[in-house]
Every structure is written in structure tokens, then in C-alpha cells.
Design a protein around this ligand. Structure first.
Ligand SMILES: *Cc1c(COP(=O)(O)O)cnc(C)c1O
Length: 471
């Protein structure tokens, strides 16, 4: 399998090559040259597989340039004991024909672990084979940075330099990141806001000499390796939904709390591979740029100032980086049309694809909805009262929007993207008490923290990285 750019300006590359890349060199996003369609019998033959074995089969469709035994070792390590449940991804019924698919059993209690734990094995494997190193530089205000640190801690040939804004992270988020003691994890706390952190990262990435000398890279949300790893749990959900009727081809619906459009695009990939998914329901919060796109066919990214801070912060986005991949498919995988559309978007600030709108719903099965803070509180309270299951505010976005599309003929899966312990203030607001913390989490909150403090100063950051980068 070969990989190209949505904008047409990249030579075909292997999966191992593109694992180490963010944006394609022409500013586009990486896509497979074609999306393979699986036989229903092939999917059926995966029914008895464990989660890691299923991951080997699904990821193996895309990662074709390494030996099968090596991929097997990678997924076995990625989806092992660090996930609390033996199933890795358990499901819980919360209502009539409605289940949560629990993607938050990993070390940082959020779904980012599903992809990051895979990259934490896959990237060091490629680096070791090639005799290369990678210094991951990123900025975080929460889940992504934490998942990356936990995935790459103590892995060979990699270091992580993660910038976070001073005084802007919750006590839980701080403890989860700053209590790591691994020498290759650098928590750099910046006296500034998240935008200052991002700005510093951009500036160093723009300095190509420095970037090359220190082998800087990222594992951001547009990395195709992450999307491929996330495909696996859609297959898992469908297989478990049909376990009582093997051989059946009845579909499921899936609701996805969405931000950068990564998680739900993985579901679209699975659907295009032939997995029986009827609808992919996209849920947003008050930052509803994507809900607006699916309702009207018009995509109008917001400015950072127009993005509001909500109680489901990991979905507070102004533009959705991975949407370019869907638009590429909608435009018939034509890089010329896609480049034209994105130039028009850059010039006008908006992209009118309303003439393709019926195609989004019919051919791609995509529909959407949005929730408010009050909706999320209601969803948390009702799920607690009706099913004795405590959900977090992101999952509550999904539960709210799923209700509008639920139908007795097709089972609905809502993706649980984080654990309520991470967002206990909102839980208290909803049900009057905080989620109980396990002994392990209490212990984490009390542990000593390790940080490096920098002023909002790129020179200091440059010196720090030059001194501590792996070579
Ligand atoms: C990242 C994240 C999301 C949004 O996922 P995308 O892939 O960016 O759409 C939703 N919920 C939680 C808890 C997250 O961390």
C-alpha cells in the first residue's frame, strides 16, 4: 500500500515513511492511494480474535512494508496490560439499543491512548530499524500531550518535549503529565497561555536548520498512523454487536464526540472498507463548526477568538484539520479539485459544498448534532440515574446527540472518549458529587512533579532542546 497527499504534491511513500510525518510536504494530508474494500467473509473471520489480534489484521491492511511477525509484536505490546480491561475496549449498555464503547481504559483515561499507545511502539520500531532518532515537540492544554508522554516514556530513540501553559491545566492533568519520571520526557511549563506555547513550537518548526539538527517532529492529530489505529475499535464494536448472530450483516450506528475530526474519520475509513455502519453521527459542543458543515454543506472555520471555552474542552476547536480528508473523498479523490477548494477557502474564509450535501448523508452516512452545557449536565445525570454509569462531559455530548438519531432497528454505539474522573467539576455540577478516585489515581495526585519552567522565550527553549535532544 502506498500513500500520497490530498493536494497531489508528494511522491508515493510507504506506511513506515508516513508514520514519522505530520503534514505532507505540499501542505496536504496523507491518504492511501485507494481505500481497500474487504469481503464480508474476511471481517467475519476476525470474530474470535482478541483486540490486539484484530488490530494486527486491520492495521496490517495499511502497514504492508514490514513483516507480519513484527506488526504482531507491536500491537501485542501496544494493547497489553496498560489497558485496565482484558477486552481493551469493553462496552456498557446505557439504554434501549444504546451502548457506550469504552475507549478510555488506557493509562491517561482518554481515547487518545488508543492511537498513541500504538505509535509508542510503532515509531521506535521504525527509528531503530533506520538508525534514526525523533524528538517530539508539541504544545498541549490537556489530553494529547499526556497520552504522548505516557506512550513514549522510556522508549528508545525518542524524547518528548511537551509545552504546557502555566496555571491553565487542572490539578488532574498536571499530575498525570508532571509526575512522570522518565528521562526522555520533558514537561516544559511556559509562563503564558496555550497560544504562546503553540507559537513557540511553530517558530522552532519553521527553523529548518534547527529542526533537522535536532530531528524535531510531531505526533499530532493529522498523523495517518493514529487514524488507522483508531479504525480497529469500529471493527471491534460491530463484531461484538453481532456476536449473537454470526454471519449477519446488520449494521450499527456510531456517535462520535468530535473535535479535529480524527476519531470519526477513522470510522469513515472503516465504513468505506466495508464495515456495516449505517450512520456516523458527529457530536459537537457549542463550538459547532462541524455540525454546521454537515447541516448546510458550508464549511466556515472560526478564528481562535471565536472559539469558546466549554465543559468539554477537548472538542473546543476553531477548524477541524482532518476534515480535508473527507472533502478529498467527497470531491472524488481529485487533488486538483481539492487544492482548488482549499485555495478558495483560504481566500474567502468559507467553502460552499452544499451541492454535495446529500452525498455526505447518503454515500458517507454522516449526520450531526450539537449539545449545550445544560444538555451535557442532563445527559450525565440521566445516564447515572437510569443506568448507574458515570460519564464525562465529552461522552455526554455524544449521548445527547445520539438520542436524536436513535432508532429501534439499529444498535447505537456512543464512543466514550474520556473518564469522568478527569472532569470532576462538571460531574459535581451534574449529580452533586465527584467521581470516586481509585487508590492509584489518588497516589498519582500526591506524587512529586517534575517540570522545567521557561519564560515565553524561544531562545531558552532552543537551548534546552539542543542540550537534551536524543541523538
Ligand atoms: C481529542 C478528544 C476528542 C475529539 O476527537 P477528534 O479526533 O479530535 O475529533 C473528544 N473527546 C476527548 C476526550 C478527546 O480527548
Amino acid at each position: 500500500m502506498q500513500y500520497i497527499s490530498t493536494r497531489g504534491g508528494m511522491d508515493p511513500a510507504s506506511f513506515s515513511d508516513i508514520l514519522l510525518e505530520g503534514l505532507a510536504p505540499d501542505g496536504g494530508l496523507v491518504m492511501p492511494t485507494h481505500i481497500p474494500r474487504l469481503e464480508q467473509a474476511t471481517i467475519e473471520s476476525w470474530r474470535e480474535l482478541s483486540y490486539p489480534a484484530l488490530a494486527r489484521e486491520v492495521i496490517g491492511v495499511y502497514w504492508t512494508d514490514i513483516p507480519a511477525e513484527d506488526l504482531d509484536r507491536i500491537v501485542t505490546a501496544a494493547y497489553g496490560d496498560q489497558f485496565v480491561s482484558d477486552d481493551v475496549v469493553p462496552r456498557t449498555q446505557i439504554g434501549d439499543h444504546t451502548w457506550l464503547l469504552d475507549l478510555s481504559q488506557g493509562p491517561t483515561l482518554a481515547f487518545k491512548d488508543m492511537a498513541m499507545q500504538f505509535l509508542g511502539e510503532a515509531i521506535p520500531y521504525v527509528l531503530t530499524q533506520r538508525g534514526e532518532t525523533l524528538n517530539i515537540l508539541g504544545a498541549t492544554s490537556g489530553d494529547t500531550g499526556s497520552a504522548a508522554e505516557h506512550a513514549f516514556a522510556s522508549k528508545p530513540n525518542v524524547a518528548v518535549f511537551m509545552l504546557s501553559p502555566k496555571g491553565r491545566m487542572s490539578a488532574f492533568q498536571r499530575a498525570q503529565m508532571y509526575s512522570l519520571t522518565d528521562e526522555n520526557v520533558h514537561n516544559i511549563v511556559v509562563d503564558g497561555v496555550f497560544d504562546d506555547c503553540q507559537h513557540m513550537v511553530k517558530e522552532l518548526n519553521g527553523d529548518l536548520t534547527f529542526k533537522r539538527a535536532n530531528t524535531l517532529g510531531t505526533v499530532n492529530s493529522i498523523n495517518l498512523g493514529r487514524l488507522v489505529a483508531q479504525c480497529v475499535y469500529y471493527f471491534w464494536a460491530w463484531l461484538r454487536a453481532t456476536d449473537e448472530h454470526p454471519g449477519s450483516t446488520s449494521p450499527i450506528d456510531v456517535t462520535v464526540p468530535s473535535g479535529n475530526f480524527g476519531n470519526i474519520f477513522s470510522g469513515q475509513l472503516a465504513r468505506l472498507m466495508g464495515l456495516p455502519i449505517r450512520r456516523l453521527v458527529l457530536a459537537t459542543n457549542e463550538n459547532n463548526v462541524l455540525d454546521e458543515f454537515f447541516r448546510t454543506g458550508v464549511y466556515t472555520p472560526r478564528s481562535a477568538q471565536d472559539t469558546v471555552a466549554t465543559s468539554s474542552p477537548s472538542m473546543d476547536i476553531s477548524k477541524a484539520s482532518n476534515l480535508e480528508r473527507l472533502i478529498y473523498l467527497v470531491l472524488g479523490s481529485d487533488p486538483i479539485k481539492l487544492s482548488g477548494a482549499f485555495s478558495a477557502l483560504d481566500a474567502a474564509g468559507t467553502l460552499d459544498l452544499s451541492r454535495y450535501q446529500s452525498r455526505l448523508a447518503e454515500q458517507f452516512g454522516m449526520v450531526s448534532g450539537a449539545s449545550t452545557h445544560a444538555d451535557r449536565l442532563t445527559a450525565i445525570r440521566q445516564t447515572w440515574e437510569n443506568a448507574q454509569v458515570l460519564i464525562d462531559p465529552h461522552t455526554a455530548d455524544g449521548v445527547t446527540v445520539a438520542q436524536a438519531y436513535r432508532d429501534d432497528a439499529v444498535p447505537m454505539f456512543v464512543l466514550e472518549t474520556a473518564k469522568p474522573e478527569k472532569f470532576s467539576d462538571t460531574v459535581v455540577e451534574a449529580i452533586g458529587r465527584a467521581p470516586e478516585l481509585s487508590e492509584e489515581l489518588q497516589d498519582m495526585l500526591g506524587r512529586e512533579q517534575h517540570i522545567v519552567e521557561l519564560r515565553d522565550n524561544v531562545e531558552q527553549l532552543r537551548d534546552y532542546i539542543a542540550e537534551h535532544a536524543v541523538r
